[in-house]
Design a protein around this ligand. Structure first.
Ligand code: CUA
Length: 153
């Protein structure tokens, strides 16, 4: 083998090893793995598992709300969400079937909601109005119909 070939081979192998060490260090030592595994749920038993047995909008404190939401082909439950402007709203979500998306137009809310996992996202709607909620993960033939609205008063 040519001398230069050997050098380049060694260099590329070395870079691979360095990257694996960095990623391994971040993932295991620093705990920088994806957070989605933290809260899991049996996707077959969403309807019987608290808090998803009672989807809805709940007042959790002074100016604090929690929306317990299930996503399924092709709807969001609850479908009629109303929260006061400026309140801290936490969406606690899971999917009952396939992967769905939870995107709220005009905000930076954009989450993936997967069966078996609990997704949480917190947001304050400062401007009153109607916010369009869209599923942005292709989930089947009715995907383009999967939408709802959040009313902020
Ligand atoms: Cu649900 Cu696309």
């Amino acid at each position: 083998m040519h001398r230069l070939e050997e050098i380049w081979l060694a260099l590329s192998a070395g870079i691979l090893v360095i990257f694996m060490v960095i990623v391994g260090y971040q993932g295991f030592a620093l705990g920088m793995g994806p957070p989605s595994n933290m809260d899991t749920i049996d996707p077959q038993k969403v309807d019987e598992t608290a808090p998803f047995d009672e989807p809805g909008v709940y007042k959790r404190g002074e100016n604090e709300y929690e929306v317990i939401m299930t996503l399924q082909a092709f709807s969001f439950n609850p479908g009629d969400i109303e929260v006061p402007a400026g309140a801290k709203v936490t969406f606690t979500m899971t999917s009952k079937d396939v992967t769905h998306g939870f995107q709220v137009a005009g905000t930076n809310i954009n989450a993936m909601v997967m069966p078996g996992h609990i997704q949480k996202i917190t947001h304050s709607f400062d401007e009153p109005g109607n916010y369009l909620v869209l599923c942005n993960e292709y989930c089947g033939t009715g995907h383009q119909l999967m939408s709802t609205e959040i009313t902020v008063k």
